[in-house]
Structures are given as structure tokens and as C-alpha cells.
Design a protein around this ligand. Structure first.
Ligand SMILES: [Fe+2]
Ligand SMILES: [Fe+2]
Length: 286
């Protein structure tokens, strides 16, 4: 292991200003939506405070993926037509794009690739949740899908300088790319991502999704289901070639996660086959 790299990553984690930032409105909205007593008006007012975000949100509300066919011209109306949870996911899309829509050097992801990957995983995770009788948490699966790889934005430079070694470790030890990150650098992108989610004041369940998306069975018991959903969505999107970088296909589909969701092979194949259509619908989000 490269101790100097481990120390540098440690110091980034400790000086949180070095981790990516997000406007406060995002965690406010996410936590408000979790509160059963929240008023629509309160949420709408909070969003409307930020005019730049509001314009972007209205555009997204009328996009093919989110639109319900009725023109939406105010946040109040968006909440009435789409619902609080959907509007919350739109707020997440509108605000995280600038963090995730970058060139991710070490992972060899061109500009926009990590963003596209996050959106694909989000949509598929929401679909899996809905189809597996987990509709109540479908919106959380969506938010988690968007941000699950945020740690890569921080770790990229270190992966770049140790890339050969990571790849050698993958072959020598027959482990996954993310496991090799930890062996070589002392940290993997899940752990850094968790720190970002903590900095953003995101709820524990989202922290778990980011922290365990490659190892769903290590998540806390009450989060295993949702982490498994995002894990499966992530692996299927990688198999479909969306967001594949230098880590290529060095990922594994966890069979306990599939069992937990009682997904049959034919259902997994169907989900996989649905990806191109979802991507078409998301064209104006990307
Ligand atoms: Fe990942
Ligand atoms: Fe991913």
C-alpha cells in the first residue's frame, strides 16, 4: 500500500472543504420530504429562494422522463402534479450535475460519462424498487443511484497515479477493482463517497447506498434492501456499457442481493433489456 497516498486521502477527508460541495437547499429538501408533517408550501418556498435552481427544476419537470403531460410553470404546481418525492429527485438532479458531470481522469471517464452512469443507475434502481414491491423507497433508490459513485470524483487523481498497480492487484488477487483500490490506496471510492454524503448532510440511508453499493450484504440490516437495489442497477448499467471506464468489467453481481429481492433470471434480463429505452427517455436530462 502507498502510505503517502493513504495519508493524502486521509487529509482530504479531514479537511472537508476539499470534498465537493452542494447548495444547502438539497439536504434541506431531502430531509423535509422525509418528514411526514411537512407542508407543500414550505418545500416550494425553500426551492423558490434560489432562482437559478428553480429555472432548471422547471425545465426538468417538463422533460420526457418526469413530465406527466401537463405543462408545469411553478414549483407549487410541480409538487401538486408530480408529488414531493419526485420534485425532491429533480432537485437532486438539478444540483448534483455540476459535481458529477466532469472528466474523471483515473477512471478514464470522459466528460458526462459519470453523470450519464448515475442517471442510468437512478432510473433503473427506481424501476427495480417499483417492480419489487418497494415503491415507498423508489425515490430514495433514485437519489442514491445518482450519487453512488461520487467518491470517484475525489479518488480519480490517485487512481491515475496507481492505475497499473490497481490493475495488477485485480489480476493477482482475483478481486474486484474497488477492492483493489483499497489494497493499493488504503481507501476505495465507496468510503470517500460516504464522507461526501456526510458532508452534504444526506440521511443515513443515502450514506449507506454510497458506502456499500459494491458490497450490499455489508450494509446495516435496515438498509440492505435499498443498497441491493442500487447494487443491481449499477451492475446491470455497467454490463450495458454505461459508465464503463478503466475499471471495466471488474465488478461482480452479488447473488445474495438478487435473492433478497427475489429476482428471477428472466426478470434481470428484462431489466437489462429496458435500459436503452430508459436512456432514450432521459435524453434531455443528460
Ligand atoms: Fe462504484
Ligand atoms: Fe457505479
Amino acid at each position: 500500500m502507498h502510505e503517502h497516498i493513504q495519508q493524502r486521502i486521509q487529509s482530504i477527508i479531514q479537511n472537508v472543504e476539499q470534498l465537493p460541495s452542494l447548495p444547502d437547499v438539497v439536504s434541506k429538501i431531502i430531509n423535509m420530504v422525509n418528514d411526514p408533517d411537512v407542508s407543500f408550501k414550505h418545500v416550494a418556498d425553500e426551492i423558490a429562494k434560489d432562482q437559478a435552481i428553480t429555472a432548471n427544476i422547471l425545465k426538468l419537470c417538463n422533460s420526457a422522463y418526469f413530465s406527466k403531460g401537463k405543462e408545469i410553470s411553478s414549483i407549487d404546481r410541480a409538487i401538486v402534479i408530480l408529488g414531493l418525492k419526485e420534485v425532491k429527485d429533480i432537485v437532486v438532479i438539478a444540483t448534483t450535475k455540476s459535481v458529477l458531470n466532469k472528466v474523471i481522469v483515473g477512471y478514464d471517464l470522459a466528460r458526462g460519462e459519470l453523470w450519464k452512469h448515475g442517471v442510468a443507475v437512478a432510473m433503473l434502481a427506481k424501476k427495480i424498487a417499483t417492480e419489487c414491491n418497494q415503491k415507498a423507497i423508489a425515490d430514495i433508490a433514485f437519489t442514491g443511484g445518482i450519487i453512488h459513485d461520487v467518491g470517484k470524483t475525489v479518488l480519480a487523481l490517485f487512481v491515475q497515479s496507481t492505475f497499473k498497480e490497481i490493475l495488477n492487484t485485480v489480476t493477482e488477487k482475483s478481486i474486484t477493482f474497488q477492492e483493489a483500490e483499497k489494497v493499493v490506496m488504503g481507501f476505495d471510492h465507496q468510503q470517500i463517497g460516504e464522507q461526501v454524503a456526510i458532508k452534504w448532510k444526506f440521511p443515513k440511508v443515502l450514506q449507506s447506498i454510497v458506502r456499500y453499493h459494491h458490497e450490499p450484504m455489508n450494509a446495516p440490516d435496515d438498509h440492505k434492501m435499498i443498497v441491493s437495489i442500487v447494487h443491481i442497477a449499477n451492475t446491470l448499467c455497467l454490463m450495458a456499457g454505461i459508465g464503463i471506464g478503466s475499471d471495466g468489467l471488474y465488478h461482480e453481481l452479488n447473488y445474495d442481493a438478487i435473492k433478497l429481492l427475489s429476482l428471477k433470471d428472466s426478470e434481470l434480463e428484462k431489466l437489462f433489456a429496458d435500459i436503452p429505452e430508459l436512456m432514450m427517455k432521459a435524453k434531455d436530462i443528460l
